[in-house]
Design a protein around this ligand. Structure first.
Ligand code: C5P
Length: 198
């Protein structure tokens, strides 16, 4: 069976949690495509060359979860040669036998316009920044909330404003605003939508 679930949206909207739950529930392979851009951003040197030579070992070795990695990712993600170098790998993953869920910014618009299910997962910038800040330790975090919020807003502006593959919902995506939803509610909404299309 070839079946692709494309999950796009801004940082910290809940894409990762929903994607992992979908992969578990339906037995699909999961690719967090942000990790590819994070690795390219952290490798340094010429970004297009780094993207062409990216290996699975790089993804294991580098610390890709940090705010610095996210910011570096969104800077290299504006480079068309970087996006082109990562295209085939993502495309093949999406159409592999057995079903796949990919989360990112351009899965439903560019990588897999033919995806069977497209979800656009979003939440207000304040809610997303608060989730990120709590993940970082909340009051105990090294970064004040205002700084995390400023980074979320800067990343949104870069991701939505770039010329090549900007972040936006595909015309046929179902929008899921998780601002006022629990994780369980958001996951249940995604499951219901996929089940209706299987
Ligand atoms: O999702 P994550 O926060 O890991 O993504 C990091 C950055 O990588 C995003 O802010 C975005 O600039 C870029 N990205 C992208 N296209 C994707 C996934 C991530 O441009 N499909």
């Amino acid at each position: 069976m070839i079946f692709t679930v494309a999950i796009d949206g801004p940082a910290a909207a809940g894409k990762g949690t929903i994607s992992r739950a979908v992969a578990d529930r339906f037995g699909f392979a999961h690719l967090d495509t942000g990790l590819l851009y994070r690795a390219v951003g952290m490798l340094g040197g010429d970004p297009a060359t780094a993207a062409r030579n990216l290996t699975a070992e790089d993804l294991q070795r580098l610390d890709l979860r940090s705010l610095a990695a996210g910011a570096a990712a969104s800077r290299v993600a504006v480079i068309p040669e970087v996006r082109a170098a990562l295209f085939d790998f993502q495309r093949r993953f999406a159409r592999r036998e057995g079903g796949a869920v990919l989360d990112g910014r351009d899965i439903g618009t560019v990588i897999c316009p033919d995806a069977e299910v497209k979800l656009y997962v979003t939440a207000s910038a304040e809610v997303r920044a608060r989730r990120r800040w709590l993940e970082l330790g909340g009051e105990a975090a090294a970064q004040p909330f205002a700084e995390v919020l400023a980074e979320v807003e800067a990343r949104d502006a870069r991701d939505m404003g770039r010329a090549d593959a900007p972040l936006k919902p595909a015309a046929d995506a179902v929008q899921l605003d998780t601002s006022l939803m629990s994780i369980d509610e958001a996951v249940a909404a995604a499951f219901a939508h996929i089940t209706a299309h299987l």
